[in-house]
Design a protein around this ligand. Structure first.
Ligand SMILES: Nc1ncnc2c1ncn2[C@@H]1O[C@H](COP(=O)(O)OP(=O)(O)OP(=O)(O)O)[C@@H](O)[C@H]1O
Ligand SMILES: [Mg+2]
Length: 245
């Protein structure tokens, strides 16, 4: 088993989902930005080897030269590979490898994350959707499962939750993203939130509404609305997240 008492990864959180496009990267960036805004030193890790995009969402892609594989190869030191996201104080990014062939093995990744976790208040990993678990989910002590409130997503997400339950000792929380009351009522399949929570069997952390103002500006990155329902929901999510520690 990858987790062991030697590696204390209490401040490492994985953001995952069973279905693509539900908002993992958005939630990772928004949570990181909110926590950093309150003075915490935050490292976001892009776990999407070969499909990295957290650099775009954070608006730092032009600065990207090195990635996590360069650290391991010795092509650069850790400070060079980690990018400072100037728009958000205290927010840093470790980019994923561009080429999936250079992907780090889970044991190397685990060592690297362990070392980095000592230098930050929180390390949050944006994990890809994979058939089994992304290796990054395995050693995180907290896992946020992002879902949308539709029956297909909920069905597959309940399987992720079961697998995590049986395999690893992690604290899990549910984030319902892109919620729209109108669509929810119209779907006629799920009656209320309790049903979602019971179905997945994971405690709720946040409900983030569908909001047109949550979008990626190609030059600047994620536009986190300052006001409105999504802004409030992101804020509440970060407060509740901080209370988990
Ligand atoms: N609450 C929201 N309201 C409106 N749009 C949203 C919201 N959350 C995410 N989106 C949009 O949904 C799209 C998918 O989000 P995102 O890239 O974060 O998903 P993902 O789970 O990381 O996808 P992938 O599985 O491909 O990595 C993006 O265009 C994003 O801007
Ligand atoms: Mg993503």
């Amino acid at each position: 088993m990858l987790r062991s008492g030697v590696y204390n990864m209490q401040n490492v959180t994985a953001v995952t989902s069973a279905k693509g496009g539900v908002g993992k990267t958005t939630i990772t960036a928004a949570l990181g930005a909110m926590l950093a805004d309150r003075g915490k030193k935050i490292l976001l890790i892009d776990g999407n080897s070969g499909f990295r995009n957290l650099d775009i969402v954070l608006g730092v892609s032009k600065k990207l030269v090195f990635d996590m594989a360069d650290i391991i190869r010795g092509s650069c030191n850790i400070d060079k590979a980690i990018l400072c996201c100037e728009r958000f104080n205290n927010l840093f990014l470790l980019p994923a490898v561009q080429n999936n062939e250079n992907r780090l093995s889970s044991s190397v990744m685990k060592h690297l994350v362990f070392l980095l976790s000592k230098c930050f208040d929180h390390v949050i990993i944006d994990c890809p959707v994979e058939n089994d678990f992304s290796a990054d989910v395995i050693f995180a002590s907290k896992v946020l499962i992002v879902v949308t409130a539709d029956p297909v997503c909920l069905r597959v997400s309940s399987l992720i939750s079961e697998k995590l339950e049986s395999k690893f000792d992690v604290e899990k929380r549910l984030v319902v993203n892109r919620f729209s009351k109108k669509c929810f009522l119209k779907s006629n399949v799920i009656s209320d939130f309790d049903e979602i929570i019971d179905f997945i069997g994971v405690q709720l952390l946040a409900i983030i509404p569908e909001d047109d103002r949550v979008k990626i500006d190609c030059g600047k990155g994620l536009v986190c609305p300052k006001t409105g329902p999504a802004a409030n929901a992101f804020h509440e999510m970060s407060v509740r997240f901080a209370q988990m520690f």
